[in-house]
Structures are given as C-alpha cells and as structure tokens.
Design a protein. Structure first.
Length: 344
C-alpha cells in the first residue's frame, strides 16, 4: 500500500483522536470513534500509537484540518472570476498559506487564538495547539500565533517543535520580543544553554526592562558556564587517559612494569637493595633492561627459584644474599650474560 495513502489515513485518525479530546464529539459518541479508529488502523495497517508511524506519517505542526481549510480556500478562490486574467509570467509564486489574509480571516484567527489561550490555561495543550493550527491556516502572517503555539509545545514537553515555532515567529517579525523569550525557554529546556543565552540577550536588546527575561538570562548564563566547565573536565579526562601507557603492566615507552620485581625485594630500596625506580632513570640501565625484555630474560629472571628464594630471605630479614653462590649458579650466570647483552 502506498505510503501516501497510509499517511493520509494516519493523519485522519489523528484528527479523529483530536476531535475526541477537544470536545468536538459528544461523550456518548466517543466510543463510536474508537471503533472507527480501530477499523481504519487494521484496514490500512497503521498504528496511531507507534513512534515509528508517528515519525514517518505525522505532518505536525500542521494538521489535516488546517491543510483542508487552505485547500478549500484555494479552490474557492479559483471559482471566483478574476477581474483580469494575469499572464503566466506575472503570477505569484507564493503558496496559498503566504497570501494576505482577509479581514474576515484575521477576525476568525483572533477568535481561534483566544480559544487556544483559554485551553492553555486549562492545561489542554494538544487542543490549544489545534486551535493555533487553525488560526495559522487563516492568517499565517501573524507571529503571535507561532509564539503561542511554541508555548503550548513547551508546556507539553515538545521543546524541539517549540524552537521551530519560536524561530518562525521571529522570521515573521525580528523585533517580536516574546518570540525571543519563547526561543530562549525552549533552547534552555533541551539543554542548549548557549543558544538560550543568545536568544535572551537579543530579546533584552529590544526590551531592556524585561525583568523575567533578565532572570532567565542569568539562569541560562549560569547553566552555560557549568556546561562549559563540564566539557573542559571531560576533555582533561580524555587527555589523562591518553597519557596512560598502553597495556597492563607497561610503563611509558613500552618498558615493562618492574613493580613486581621491586616487590620481590621488599618494595625496592629495602634490605639494602637499590631503588629500582631510581635505577631505571639511568640510561645504561634502561638500555640493558630493553635488551633483556627483547630476549625474554625479564620473565625468566622473575620466575627463577634462586632469585625468588633470595628475595624471600631478604623480606624475612635474612640480610643480603651470598653473591658468590649466585655467581656459581649456572642459570643465574646465563641470565646475567643475557642481561649484559652477551658480554662476559
């Protein structure tokens, strides 16, 4: 089934649901609409409760009713004979929604706006949005309708849509102060604190005495600083993580971690032994250790029974080992030669 047909049905179902909520349909008839919604959903394979279908088919912030009214006005305009038929080259390229509204349209739009305002006061935000949709369909040039709809969207938690409407109100009138207030609030609500600061600042440039906007600006500036500080901390943490040498047990430059070896001798510098950490600062010792690491001598050194026994005696307070006995140990002699790079 074509997606356009599904989209049409989905938005028609949305219209039916809105009619249930805004009082268009009497309470006794709401059950009949429930049945109709269920039948349409099954027949056209759409789900009005599905987030995926909503994302794919919804035409909000417009509505099926507002589109129908615009189309109806266009149709009626075509039926009305023109005083003079304009040439094709001089016809306006603007859409019907951008045409200058009549005085009657403006009057009806204002009435719809007032109904929307009352619904916001009653916390019926979705119904208020519908009223503003209808007002915009009649008079799309009035920035107040977009601003008020932005307030309704913010109230119901649809802050991204509120940003769009607030920006549209400012596109219609860049000096509309309330539009900056709506935009600042919506940006603040979704965590775009710097954008909120920018919106409030521009609003105060037009109305410097607005106490509410001043308070909102101060709060947004505070949050923006906190956000910036948090980003700086996270960046510092990333740098610290990068500074840690790769691999468990590895030190900077790919050298092995000799803390285990130091522990065998009582933590290094204990029992009269030299401090391994200090030793490894010596370039010659570093070179020797690298050679030993390359030929596997370090692992053998740390697992040698004689060396381990020696370390245990030192940790137990047994004093320095018998160097002569170590020299006479063939395995220790072999490892010493490897450690020294094969020199004797």
């Amino acid at each position: 089934m074509a997606d356009k047909k599904k989209q049409l049905v989905w938005n028609f179902i949305d219209f039916l649901k809105t009619s249930q909520q805004d009082g268009t349909v009497k309470e006794d008839d709401k059950e009949s609409l429930d049945v109709a919604i269920q039948c349409l959903s099954e027949a056209f394979e759409v789900d009005p409760e599905s987030a995926d279908d909503t994302r794919q088919y919804s035409i909000k912030p417009a509505s099926l009713q507002s589109i129908f009214e615009v189309a109806l006005k266009t149709l009626n305009a075509k039926k009305t004979p023109a005083a003079a038929e304009p040439s094709s080259s001089s016809q306006s390229t603007s859409s019907p929604a951008d045409k200058t509204p009549s005085a009657d349209d403006k009057k009806k739009a204002e009435a719809l706006k007032m109904e929307g305002n009352a619904l916001i006061s009653a916390k019926s935000y979705s119904s208020a949005i519908q009223k503003y949709n209808e007002a915009i369909a009649l008079d799309p040039t009035n920035p107040v309708y977009y601003s008020n709809r932005a307030a309704a969207y913010s109230a119901e938690g649809s802050h991204e849509k509120a940003v769009e409407d607030a920006e549209e109100s400012l596109r219609r009138d860049p000096k509309f102060v309330r539009g900056y207030s709506r935009l600042g609030h919506a940006q603040y609500s979704i965590g775009n604190f710097s954008a909120a600061v920018e919106a409030y600042t521009k609003g105060l440039e037009l109305d410097g005495s607005n106490a509410n906007m001043k308070a909102s600006l101060a709060q947004a500036q505070s949050k923006a600083k906190e956000q910036e500080a948090q980003l700086d901390r996270e960046a510092d943490d990333d740098v610290d993580d990068d500074a840690v040498a790769p691999g468990v047990g590895a030190s900077a430059g790919g050298m092995p971690d000799l803390s285990a070896l130091a522990g065998m001798f009582g933590g290094g510098a204990g029992g009269g032994m030299p401090d391994l950490a200090s030793m490894m600062q010596n370039p010659m010792m570093m070179q020797m250790a690298q050679q030993m690491m390359a030929n596997g001598g370090l692992e053998k050194l740390m697992s040698n029974p004689s060396l381990r026994n020696m370390a245990e005696r030192m940790q137990g307070g047994g004093g320095m080992p018998d160097i002569e006995s170590l020299r006479n140990d063939p395995e220790m002699r072999k490892m010493a030669e490897q450690f020294m790079g094969g020199r004797k």
